[in-house]
Design a protein around this ligand. Structure first.
Ligand code: HEC
Length: 109
């Protein structure tokens, strides 16, 4: 019986490990977005916050993805208080999808 329980726990542990690897938008966020957008999407002096961000809450995933992979520079810039624009990010389609889902959770949606 003990062995069966240990076995079941192993399977659970392995299952949650692989889930964390595939589809973990927070890992991409920490690696590529956090320096500008801040821990937990709270924003920094360089870039806007995602927490409570109406655009993230209401825009279509495809539009948010566009901003991320194409960037937002020059005349397209929305926030004049930040000196820099949003640099285009090299992400796979999966990474982009996962990071958009993560931004939605940061925005509180
Ligand atoms: C070098 C700093 C920098 C990095 C790195 C960066 N951003 Fe940005 N981001 C900005 C700035 C600045 C803006 C505001 C642009 C503007 O004025 O419209 C912005 C805007 C955005 C917006 C639009 C927000 C809104 O309210 O309209 C999204 C979405 C976004 N970034 C996502 C990301 C994601 C996802 C990553 C990581 C994969 C990332 N950014 C990495 C600086 C950065």
């Amino acid at each position: 019986m003990k062995r069966m329980i240990a076995g079941a726990l192993m399977v659970l542990a392995l299952g949650s490990m692989s889930m964390a690897e595939a589809g973990d938008g927070s890992a991409t966020y920490k690696a590529k977005c956090l320096p500008c957008h801040g821990a937990d999407g709270k924003g920094t002096a360089m870039a806007p916050a995602f927490a409570g961000n109406e655009y993230i809450k209401t825009a279509a995933d495809a539009d948010i993805t566009d901003v991320i992979v194409k960037g937002r520079q020059g005349a397209d810039k929305k926030y004049k208080q930040f000196a820099i624009g949003m640099p285009a990010q090299k992400l796979s389609a999966d990474e982009a999808k996962d990071v958009v889902a993560y931004l939605k959770t940061l925005a509180g949606k």
